[in-house]
Design a protein around this ligand. Sequence first.
Ligand code: 5AD
Length: 364
Amino acid sequence: MNPAKLPGLLARVPELSRADLVALLSLEDPAECEALRAAAYDTASRSVGDTVRLRGLIEFSNRCDLDCLYCGIRRGNRAVDRYTLTREEIVDAALWCARAGYGSCVLQSGERRDGASAAFVESCVREIKERSRSAELPDGLGITLSCGEQSRETYGRWFAAGAHRYLLRIESSNPALFAAIHPPGQRFEPRLAALSALRGAGFQVGTGVMIGLPGQSVEDLADDLRFMKELDVDMIGMGPYLVHDDAPMRPLGMRERGPLAGLALRMIAAARLLMPDVNIAATTALEALLPDGRRAGILHGANVVMPNVTPLPVRGAYRLYEGKPGLRDDRAAFRDRVAREIESAGRLPGWNRWGDSPHAAKRI
Ligand code: 5AD
């Protein structure tokens, strides 16, 4: 980029055009990348403050009815040992989060739409809410769900049970690319409808995409960011696309790790500039790609981390892509490490708080 152009572009924040976003995502010069990073970090300091929100991640089941062409736990993958934690195990993991000071947990699983699965999630949410109230958490643990597309009715029941945030990635906002990475039965429009149903049910809504998908252009990524802004999301979770050896998209390969990491970090930074007051996660996939990925994400404007608290015996079976980190990390040691990482990025861990985004607080 013309060196005179970047400062002018950053001065227009948060009103960034598609061309501006493409320019930011395409930066290569290290000094320009650093200027983008610093601008995103400062924007985060001003708009979401200097605490990084903590959510203990409970991957409670890898059973899935879907067949996404990129994913390691797709229904068609026979090589996966399938598990579902018991309600007691899930509640125990959540209560561990409450004791550890995380303030919030995320219940994540493959997507199942049968009534028994919906009732199971509902009962887990209820019990976690009831049993996690304490002097530190008078309203109990904050609960985010990430269990895919469901009916309005199911979303309503889960919200009524006490979950208040929901993550549902659009994966790609380009309908043609969405179609290319999913089997024919999994359509773009119902995913959009589910995102609007979540809002209707009362949830704070998060979405996100995979970065570096085969066939994805930098214009697609710019459009993904505009899509999130248009949808007025409260939270963003996005990470690099990484291959899984048993997934149908394996032969298409993936981008080179170094440039992919750079692109993923510029996406986080550009998202922060475009949507200053939303919550943005430094995701596990970023950590899988880059040894210091979580910290790098925070330095690029992310303000949420999701330390894994899934019980160790099943953690390896929840493998969406190759190279998932932290398969042997004891959750207590992990907590200390994450806290140190946050502090070394110049931020403070948000102990014992739900940590909703200012964007959501303004809406409510
Ligand atoms: N690489 C990166 N992210 C993936 N996900 C699933 N498979 C992969 C992969 N191969 C992401 C999807 C999904 C989230 C739970 O994990 O975006 O929404």
